[in-house]
Design a protein around this ligand. Structure first.
Ligand code: ATP
Length: 308
């Protein structure tokens, strides 16, 4: 396997009339990784993915996908790429089994259709016409069609929209399994839990460009952000944001006769907190009431003094 990236994008631009849907976007996806593209509605994710899939022409910028420019790539390239669109609803009269078998014929090294149907949890529905599937089942079928050709690179545009929690978990197992087999996966999602669970790296896209790119654990300096220590005192929940949670907890514990701090919690910013701050939304679970026990340092949070 060569070490060139599976996807390489530099300074990508796409306008729809006056609307700059993609506005100088840079991205590199390494071979074998799961890469998540996050961003609010209208950020330019689908436009970008469709350009990478070869379905949409760019205005300018460099794009290489599996070593080729998707705008000029041919049939052989297309057979190496798997695509799961946001929603596909053709072939409604075919059964699940017929449709997956039909798609498998397009590829020289396709997976066994029955195994694929089982992998997406649709064995019970194999003889059901696709128009009779629920939204979540239809989505699983879309995924089956995307992977039956054993693609090297799989594009998943909001793959688990409409899934129930259990189906989402089994889908995640399926995607992790594909990565273990060496498939590169580029997915867009609005579920931050999904990105956190699956992605090796994620990019946050806002206004058509990437505003942060890192592993979910490190995105937006997440690990270095302040922790929030919460505890209960006199029947009230108290909390303080701090760079030194260990010292604060030790100070609180020293004040308790039993050494146990009631209701103690130490919370780091979630991926959602970091994401919302990156896209410019107010973070809802930042501490809005910050109090400190007498004798506990409040140096790192001036508002605690003000509230005493
Ligand atoms: P979502 O999360 O809602 O799927 P997205 O990040 O995928 O959003 P895009 O679908 O790429 O966003 O859209 C980016 C911007 O371009 C939006 O403002 C959208 O209204 C606009 N847009 C997308 N497709 C077209 C089109 N065919 N013609 C005109 N404008 C479009």
């Amino acid at each position: 396997m060569s070490t060139e990236p599976a996807v390489h994008v530099r300074d990508l631009h796409k306008h729809y009339g006056p609307k700059r849907a993609v506005d100088g976007l840079d991205l590199t996806v390494d071979q074998g990784e799961i890469f998540a593209v996050l961003g609010p509605n209208g950020a330019g994710k689908t436009t970008t993915i469709e350009i990478l899939e070869g379905y949409r022409h760019r205005d300018r910028g460099e794009v290489t996908v599996l070593g080729q420019d998707p705008q000029h790539a041919g049939r052989e390239w297309r057979s190496r790429v798997g695509i799961v669109l946001q929603s596909a609803n053709d072939q409604a009269e075919l059964t699940v089994d017929e449709l997956v078998r039909h798609f498998a014929l397009y590829y020289s090294a396709s997976r066994d259709p029955q195994e694929v149907i089982a992998a997406v949890g649709l064995t019970d529905k194999a003889r059901t016409r696709t128009r009779q599937l629920s939204g979540g089942q239809r989505r699983r079928l879309d995924v089956a069609l995307g992977i039956v050709g054993r693609p090297e690179l799989l594009f998943l545009d909001e793959p688990t929209t409409g899934f129930d929690p259990e189906a989402r978990r089994s889908f995640w197992d399926l995607i992790s399994g594909l990565r273990d087999e060496g498939t590169t996966i580029l997915l867009t999602t609005h579920y931050l839990e999904e990105a956190e669970h699956l992605a090796d790296r994620c990019a946050v896209v806002r206004d058509g460009r990437v505003v942060a790119l890192d592993s979910p654990a490190a995105l937006g300096d997440r690990a270095a952000r302040q922790a929030v220590v919460r505890w209960t005192q006199d029947g009230l929940v108290r909390q303080e944001a701090t760079d030194h949670p260990t010292a604060l907890v030790a100070a609180l514990a020293a004040q308790q006769p039993s050494g146990e701090v009631p209701g103690l919690e130490v919370v780091r910013p979630s991926l959602e907190d970091v994401y919302l701050s990156l896209i410019g939304e107010p973070v809802t679970n930042e501490p809005d009431l910050v109090l400190a026990l007498d004798g506990v340092s409040t140096d790192h949070h001036p508002s605690a003094e003000a509230l005493r």
